[in-house]
Design a protein around this ligand. Sequence first.
Ligand code: Z2T
Length: 808
Amino acid sequence: MNTVFESKEEFIELYESSVMSLSGKPFEDTSDIDRFNALVKLIASKSRAIQTETEERVKETGQKRVYYFSIEFLIGRLLDNYLLNLGIRDLVKDGLAELGCDLDALEEYEPDPALGNGGLGRLAACFLDSMAHEGIAGYGNGMRYRYGLFKQEIVNGAQHETTDEWLSHGYPWEVRRPDKAVRIGFGGHVEQYERDGRMCFRTVDTEDVLAVPYDIPVVGYGAETVNKLRVWSAEPVEEVFDLEAFNRGDYAAADRHRAEAEAISAILYPNDAGEHGRLLRLKQEYLFVSAGLSSVLDTFRSEHGSDWKLLPQYVAIHTNDTHPAMCGPELMRVLIDEEGLEWDEAWDITTKTISYTNHTILPEALEKWPIDTFSKLLPRLYMIIEEISRRWRDDFDRSAPDWQDRLRQTAVLWDGQVRMACLSVICSHSVNGVAKIHTDILKRDTLKDFYVLTPEKFNNKTNGIAHRRFLAEANPAYAKLITEAIGTGWLDNADELAKLVEFENDPAFLEQVGRAKHDNKVRLANYVKRECGLDIDPNTIFDVQVKRFHAYKRQLLNIFKVMDIYNRRLTDPNFRVAPTTFIFSGKAASSYAFAKETIRLINSVADVINNDSRVNGVMKVCFIPNFRVSNAQLIYPSAEISEQISTAGMEASGTSNMKLMMNGAITLGTMDGANIEIVNLAGRENEKIFGLTAPEVDELRASGMHFAWDMYNGDPDRLGRIIDELTDDTFAGLSGSFESIRHEIMLNNDADFVMKDFHTYVEAWEELTASYSDHAAWNKMALHNTASSGWFSSDRTIREYRDEIWGA
Ligand code: Z2T
């Protein structure tokens, strides 16, 4: 552990002078914002000192560098995390207190950068934390969006989107590096020319923009390693202001070029799956790939010269889904066009350097680009893709009877489109899924024909989470209890959480577990009161589903359950219900009508139930607006039931399931994604599993023997009633009824098996909540979940990537 400050006194002295030099005011006159910014600046400068040490160590030892290319990094607030990782959280808190400042209050000034949609982007951020902790020279490469994921507001129950202006007060962690800017060319045409007696290609008449990097430090726990996240911003290449247009009074035209360049990094596309064909998105992908690669290769060249066959020995490039799939062709382009290598040699280097993670099997999320769009924007890259494609076809084994079918399944160019998943697989030496069942489905189904050809490429890496952020930092009450019981070793090594099993039969300890949970529920109730004006009761069960809204995640099934319990309670006042608060949070892609209607339904049901005194003793429904990393850290610790109810086979992994488990929630879920690993680790008796399994889903789909109308007619009192309530006036008071949801279910024949799983789900919920009254037994289950969750630390995941993919 590096020592950052010799003493509290040293911190106070440095901090005071930092505040004063930054603000130009005496300490007493500074605002909390001044004090927050100065604190970050001080911690960032201390981090940079360690970063320099890390850099020297990497150079000296010739350690392999790992570059994690991701179009999203959902990093969350950094200050508290870095204080913890530097081992100075208490020292700084005490020092600030002496100056009359409250650390928690200052931390509220930190923006929560929403440079990601959800699981995929947050995973990338967890990996940065773990790479730094494991001493890997690991660097993030991504996009610096001027506006992150939209801010969600709820108006009359419906989601409204407004821009996320996270940069309006500046972002004190970042350092702009104009000296490292890279020129990126779009469009133009390819010409041949002769260089040293050899025919070469170059692209001319391109429209260029400047990619300017911003570096953000990544501080590893233990303070031995500080890495960096580099995010790219698009700017005009030079001062291109059109004075003539300005003098004509045409101000928009005067600044057009600037606006066009800046548009590339203006917004994060708000779709967690789907959304194709947008030219600007393709420009984003190429910008961060090309600029990132350029800086990777500059570093390599400065250390190892131009001996490119050494590249895979010193560099690993990991592509997070297909958004950086152009890494393959772009590396080929640089090696061939700029460095003069032959195709075969360049190809060997490229495939040995690049690896790829797939995050979904949803067909609508598999990225494809129209060939004409692609070839116009990136003509030389397209030529290289054509050549990759041609060689794949030429080398294809045509001895099997179904070879044409297999070739069609694996072709990069097909049906007028560039298929990015095929490109990613072909350009990589490793392809992995993100949970066991997901990797199995990739092998057996989605990428089957690749698996048959190169089974050795395929491997599983079950996702993980930054346990220091999501347990130590988010849940101080529980963390304190854990540390008192088993020491601090779990922060470094999450496997040590297993030592908690020794306390599973200690009644006093279990009671403290319950008390910590209760404190967290009070904390969340206060937040909910502030944000939504709603009173929720910390003595009720907190039943939590927080994640992006998507049909396959089945928030609809959850709210159907709530409607059912409400209906039955009204019909039969003797119907026993364990008092519960149903908590939802999450965003819907702006263009995803069904997901947005589901949000409106939840809020409409909440409006009715929360104002119905007949049931308020036993149920409330709460939708927490604008789910993001910072409020997620308040929600996970307060949860008692973790809703993980996706249609089996659809959720690649899930990661909120791990965060909630670690915080002592019981999983109420299907056998899907990493829920399966959860059950294997904690034991089926410590979770509540229900519903169709993935093979059963496949079978039912194939048989065509599921009929929504039969379900509706077969259960008029419960399911039928719920479907009818979508379109009568029961929940229409807030902003109208829900025809489109009814249609989606009934006319689309319940594609996500909401009706099919409904009864087993409600029954499972009733059994689970009935067991809540035995507090000791419940707390034991909760503790057992935490004790079993160490394997889900992303430290473990990253060690597997390091050993089995990157060789770093
Ligand atoms: C995303 O968050 C995920 C998959 C995507 O496929 C895209 C996005 Cl933005 C292209 C999620 C998966 O849905 C989830 O199951 C998984 O846990 C997460 O990625 C991280 O692997």
